[in-house]
Design a protein around this ligand. Structure first.
Ligand SMILES: O=C1O[C@H](COP(=O)(O)O)[C@@H](O)[C@H](O)[C@H]1O
Length: 318
């Protein structure tokens, strides 16, 4: 059975005694059931439906969140990360999060603002990178530098919890070193271990997506997609500069408890379509389309431009 879930963002007025950030979720088993929402809302005290919506949907085993504006997307992304952080700290005492580079970091900017800067338990965060360019940490291409300048320096994260790569060795050594660091932190349970693979189980891996559908530094038609033995591997021929990079492998990404792919803008629309929609067996999926956590949850954060080529894209639009 196909399963649809519609989440109503900001279109429900909540009585003032409830937190203003309250979001109500309704799950239905077909899009037509969505029509039942207005009468349903009449019977919910303090809730009034104030517009047409269907801004978000779950198809198959992933959730799509499509937003009208980058501002809305950023707020939803910050809420999502803050909620996962809270749940993980409650359950495990820590939050092991892996970042990517690129436009994702700017879209996470709301985390540095109220209320998140005060409410998130930053001291419990352990930061990793799903991919990194093998350049000096002070280099403009460094994913670490980007995150440090735009995010990490603005919130009270404990410096020893920030695990960036060794930038003074070759790409191959940097990948080996990074995997070693992760293995130590799996041993000490800062990072969980998957019960179905021998991989680490990050609480959250945040991925951007390039216009070619690459995620982390897993590029289309590259042999790096086949790597099954290593947790962290390297490439020296990235089609997008700089050429030398380290990256989590697909088994590690797919072992995470939660994975989010964040893509915005027209240039990502074709790749989003290829990754999200069923393209038939004759077309190789783009790397983003191979991201499918084995037991974890995958959420796509898209703006309308990036979602514009999805089959049934209108189904998810306001
Ligand atoms: O090179 C990279 O590109 C992707 C996508 O970046 P974006 O600016 O198009 O969002 C990024 O996710 C990855 O971490 C980075 O190394």
């Amino acid at each position: 059975m196909k399963y649809y879930k519609y989440i109503i963002y900001k279109q429900i007025r909540i009585d003032s005694h409830l937190p203003p950030s309250s979001v109500s979720c309704f799950s239905v088993t077909s899009p037509s059931s969505f029509l039942l929402l207005p009468p349903l809302c009449k019977h919910l005290s303090g809730v009034e439906l104030v517009g047409s919506m269907a801004l978000s949907g779950v198809r198959k085993d992933r959730e799509l969140r499509i937003h009208e504006s980058l501002d809305e997307l950023s707020t939803d992304l910050a809420d999502y990360i803050a909620e996962l952080s809270e749940a993980s700290v409650k359950e495990r005492g820590v939050f092991a999060i892996a970042l990517s580079g690129g436009s994702l970091i700017g879209l996470m900017g709301k985390l540095c603002e109220a209320p998140y800067n005060k409410t998130v338990d930053w001291a419990k965060w352990y930061i990793f990178w799903a991919d990194e360019r093998v350049v000096a940490k002070s280099h403009v291409d460094s994913n670490y530098k980007l995150a440090k300048d735009r995010l990490l320096s603005k919130v009270p994260i404990i410096p020893s919890h920030v695990h960036s790569i060794n930038d003074s060795v070759s790409a191959e050594e940097a990948a080996d070193d990074y995997e070693f660091v992760i293995r130590q932190l799996v041993k000490s349970r800062v990072i969980s271990v998957s019960d179905i693979s021998d991989c680490p189980k990050f609480d959250l891996i945040l991925l951007g997506m390039g216009p070619d559908g690459h995620v982390a530094s897993l590029f289309p038609n590259h042999s790096v997609l086949e790597e099954k033995d290593e947790w962290v591997t390297f490439i020296t021929d990235s089609p997008k500069p700089p050429p030398e990079r380290i990256t989590f492998t697909l088994p590690v990404i797919n072992s995470a408890s939660n994975v989010a792919i964040v893509a915005t803008g027209d240039s990502k629309a074709e790749a989003a379509h290829m990754a999200v929609d069923d393209m038939g067996s004759d077309l190789p999926p783009v790397p983003a389309g191979i991201v499918q956590p084995l037991k974890g949850k995958l959420v796509w954060f898209l703006d309308k431009a990036a979602a514009s080529k999805l089959d049934d894209g209108t189904q998810f639009s306001a």
